[in-house]
Design a protein around this ligand. Structure first.
Ligand SMILES: Cc1cc2nc3c(=O)[nH]c(=O)nc-3n(C[C@H](O)[C@H](O)[C@H](O)COP(=O)(O)O)c2cc1C
Length: 366
């Protein structure tokens, strides 16, 4: 029998994770080689975010595809050079260079591709036969899961290798209408049950288990236990990984998390047409009042971005925040960001989560 004091490991296709924890991809530049490789080394799944990954390349404006491709290759190789473990990339389905990034990551032998912010309906077409990269869509409703699995079955005769179910407490862009964010019928608990129920008959037909990974607001080892007990096979966590030494954001970005109070969590209307969960500051207030930050766009990076009418460039604003420039930026953050009290090494974070997990068994009612 599984010991209650230790969490189970997690298998996704041929990948074996010692800990059932995926680190969520965080663009722009928040989860790069540093954080992703540290998580992978610990036995979780490390994720490099590809949104805006070409930001440091000199020829980004004139050579958008190649600059992003080059930076992605370099980042994957850098992460690999820092140690072993399960390493993936997060590619938002709404990126205009989605296909190019997916092909490049697969060529580099990446272990998995996680993809949300839109449905990656054609992702299996980009994976050549015989390649083992696991494909992990991120969905925020059972309806989205149904649309995606139908398409993948009809076109490619396959199921996802795992599904991340992301609820309304997550950081970054959210797959919900703003008015639905507080609807209890759309809580992560409910979404998880709905998506599991949708998958069960498909799993039987294909004789394949599709692990379901819960995401959004999972912060402690106790939270991990709760979602595993609710039927998740694993969890995806992002916010808690920001306040680690290895996180690739500037110290000022991490400090914004340490300084945040609960009431600083806000929902912004992102120019890409989705709500986003962020930390309030003077900049979010100003753009919320309708202030515009004119910009020139050399490469339309997100399909759903209405460049002509966007009040600001979301990629630029997130990059500014990453560098610590909050006069012209804001930090995306999950609903639990305010709980951070210190910056710790990733190794210590895994130890804390494991201890919290064990303690939550002891404190649970018999
Ligand atoms: C700073 C930040 C940036 C994020 N960027 C992305 C991204 O580029 N692509 C994506 O699919 N999800 C993104 N997310 C969502 C996370 O990957 C993750 O699923 C979610 O935040 C989980 O909730 P948690 O932060 O409460 O743990 C981001 C989240 C944060 C906090």
């Amino acid at each position: 029998m599984q010991s209650l004091s230790r969490w189970p490991s997690l298998a996704i296709g041929a990948l074996h994770l010692r800990h059932p924890i995926l680190q969520g991809g965080m663009g722009v530049g928040i989860s790069m080689a540093g954080l992703a490789s540290a998580v992978a080394r610990e036995g979780g799944a490390g994720t490099i975010a590809t949104a805006g990954i070409g930001f440091g390349e000199r020829d980004l404006a004139s050579n958008f595809l190649e600059a992003n491709r080059r930076s992605l290759r370099r980042t994957i190789r850098e992460a690999r050079s820092r140690g072993d473990g399960v390493l993936g990339v997060n590619i938002m389905a709404a990126l205009t260079n989605f296909d190019d990034l997916a092909r490049t990551a697969i060529e580099e032998g990446i272990d998995f591709i996680a993809s949300g912010a839109g449905l990656p309906l054609n992702l299996p077409a980009l994976r050549p036969t015989g390649t083992r990269t696991a494909l992990i869509p991120i969905v925020s409703s059972a309806r989205a899961a149904a649309i995606l699995t139908r398409r993948w079955r009809e076109r490619f005769d396959c199921l996802p290798d795992a599904l991340v179910v992301e609820g309304p407490l997550a950081g970054g862009h959210l797959g919900f209408r703003p008015e639905d964010l507080a609807n209890p019928a759309l809580s992560l608990d409910r979404l998880l049950a709905d998506v599991r129920a949708h998958l069960e008959p498909l799993e039987q037909r294909y004789g394949q288990r599709v692990p379901v990974i819960a995401a959004g607001g999972i912060y402690t080892g106790g939270d991990i236990r709760r979602f595993l007990e609710l039927g998740a096979d694993g969890v995806q966590m992002a916010t808690r990984f920001v306040t680690t030494e290895e996180c690739d954001a500037s110290p000022a970005f991490k400090q914004a998390y340490l300084d945040a109070r609960e009431e600083d969590g806000v929902i912004i209307r992102s120019p890409v047409g989705l709500p986003g969960r962020a930390l309030r500051n003077a900049f979010t207030e100003a753009v919320g009042r309708g202030q515009r930050v004119p910009f020139r766009c050399a490469y339309h990076c997100i399909r759903t971005c209405d460049v002509e009418n966007s009040p600001y460039c979301i990629a630029r604003v997130l990059l500014n925040a990453r560098e610590g420039n909050f006069r012209r930026g804001f930090a995306f953050a999950g609903a639990n960001a305010w709980r951070a009290t210190e910056i710790v090494p990733v190794h210590a974070l895994f130890e804390t989560l494991a201890r919290e997990y064990a303690e939550s068994a002891e404190s649970a009612p018999a």
